[in-house]
Design a protein around this ligand. Structure first.
Ligand code: GDP
Length: 441
């Protein structure tokens, strides 16, 4: 679901707008000061549009005058998470110096911004709305969150700015069994992808053959596993680029890439008798850089003589060769015999759950305090790097933001320590983890 952030200086009416959009007063779950009150989120259904809205209003009492500390961090984190930003000013007050630092952050957002001149009920504050043009953020919408004026215009603007969902997905949401989980099975030619997919679907729908590359089309197939809807993407396999010499082969490679982009969970299928060739590692890198959930399938397990020995060795290889997806599930199976397919699907569903997980800001900061006191960041030219605050800005895959001083000087080894720590503390095995550093000095 796309995310919309409400940004602006204190007292312009952000909370009123939030409540107006969400349609009810949200109870605050955790009211420890400054922990979760600084970020409220709610799901919005607004005339056919669906999105998640983030309000940054909670810290207003703490920071009345200046845009410092947590207010700034919250705003930055919200903007980072957003697909669209609603920038709110008070039309009656006009554009004040206190609006400028927020406008500055919003200008750098890199996503569409909708400018809202609030408190303009009954035509009030028109002068202020005109003044808002000077912010260089486009035409302001005269609005009243309190009285519900300007909602039509806001709806139009949001409709134009929100990322489009394809109709396919819309239809998916309402179907029995929930939205289909998109899964791609990728791997080298002859790893056994088609055989596995046929096994899953229980019918000979794809061509299978001993020569490499006999299946060349890419198809999306609907399937159900234990009452869960799955959309399977078949792929003809990514061939080593060096071997590409005709158009069909080129098509197959870009198709593998398309499969990874299509999927929420990617199963990289290895031939257990010739595991971890260079091309397999390249595929895992691709899954990581595209930010997809990952499961590794060890196919043709029926051909392996020393099964416990090989499994132990391959798990070690994974830890060594794939540190970027530490803890990834490795599932032995035989597509031909049908063994291990259920285990594979359990791992797929589990990987999707981890990939989708959201962790509360308070838990992340409890962890951060602990992790940074156990192993403090190093000093740079006599000054300690200080990490003051962390929050999860996105999921699918988990994406965290750290705020503090001189974070651009953090050594790689330290960010690795933090990523591994997050993985451990919040049980995020095998998923890519993103970390953004935001330095205030
Ligand atoms: P693809 O190119 O990845 O789609 O691979 P195919 O599904 O076409 O399989 C290539 C070859 O490997 C075929 O001859 C399959 O019968 C064989 N194969 C696939 N899975 C298994 C398995 O689990 N065990 C064994 N022994 N052979 C398999």
């Amino acid at each position: 679901m796309p995310t919309v952030a409400i940004v602006g200086r204190p007292n312009v009416g952000k909370s009123t707008l939030f409540n107006r959009l969400v349609g009810k007063k949200l109870a605050l779950v955790d009211d420890r000061p400054g922990v979760t009150r600084d970020r409220r989120e709610g799901d919005v259904a607004f005339g056919g549009l669906q999105f998640r809205v983030i309000d940054t209003a909670g810290l207003e009492e703490a920071d009345e005058k200046t845009l410092t500390g947590r207010m700034r961090m919250q705003t930055e984190a919200a903007i980072l998470a957003a697909d669209v930003v609603l920038f709110v000013i008070d039309a009656r007050a006009g554009v004040l110096p206190a609006d400028q630092p927020f406008a500055e952050l919003v200008r750098r957002a890199g996503c569409p911004v909708i400018l809202i001149a609030n408190k303009a009920e009954g035509g009030a504050g028109l002068a202020g709305a005109y003044e808002a043009f000077t912010l260089g953020l486009g035409d302001p919408i005269p609005f009243s969150a309190e009285h519900g004026e300007g909602l039509g215009e806001l709806h139009e603007a949001l409709k134009g700015a929100l990322p489009q969902r394809d109709d396919d997905e819309d239809a998916d949401d309402d179907a029995p069994g929930g939205r289909a989980l998109k899964v791609a099975i990728v791997g080298r030619p002859n790893a056994g992808k088609s055989t596995l997919i046929n096994r899953m679907l229980g019918e000979e729908r794809l061509l299978v053959g001993p020569e490499a590359g006999i299946t060349r089309d890419s198809i999306s197939l609907d399937w159900e596993w234990r009452g869960r809807r799955i959309k399977l993407h078949d792929t003809a396999g990514m061939r080593r680029r060096a071997r590409i010499d005709d158009k069909l082969e080129k098509l197959a490679v870009s198709d593998g890439l398309r499969a990874v982009r299509f999927a929420e969970v990617v199963v990289v299928l290895l031939d257990a008798t010739i595991p971890f060739e260079k091309q397999d590692l390249t595929i895992v890198d691709l899954v990581e850089s595209e930010g997809r959930a990952l499961v590794i399938g060890l196919n043709k397990w029926d051909l392996v003589a020393d099964q416990p020995g090989l499994l132990k060795q391959l798990r070690e290889d994974c830890t060594r060769l794939l540190p970027q997806v530490r803890g990834v599930a490795v599932v032995p199976l035989s597509g031909l015999a049908g063994d291990g397919v259920d285990k594979l699907m359990q791992a797929v569903v589990q990987a999707a759950e981890v990939w989708d997980r959201r962790i509360s800001t308070s838990r992340i900061n409890d962890w951060l305090n602990e992790a940074t006191s156990r192993n403090p960041p190093p000093a740079v030219s006599g000054r300690r790097i200080k990490i003051r605050y962390a929050t999860q800005v996105k999921s699918r895959p988990p994406h965290f933001a750290l705020f503090g001083n001189q974070l651009n000087a953090l050594p790689k080894s330290y960010t690795r320590y933090l990523v591994n720590g997050l993985r451990e503390a919040f049980d995020l095995p095998g998923t890519p983890i993103r970390l953004s550093l935001r330095t205030s000095q």
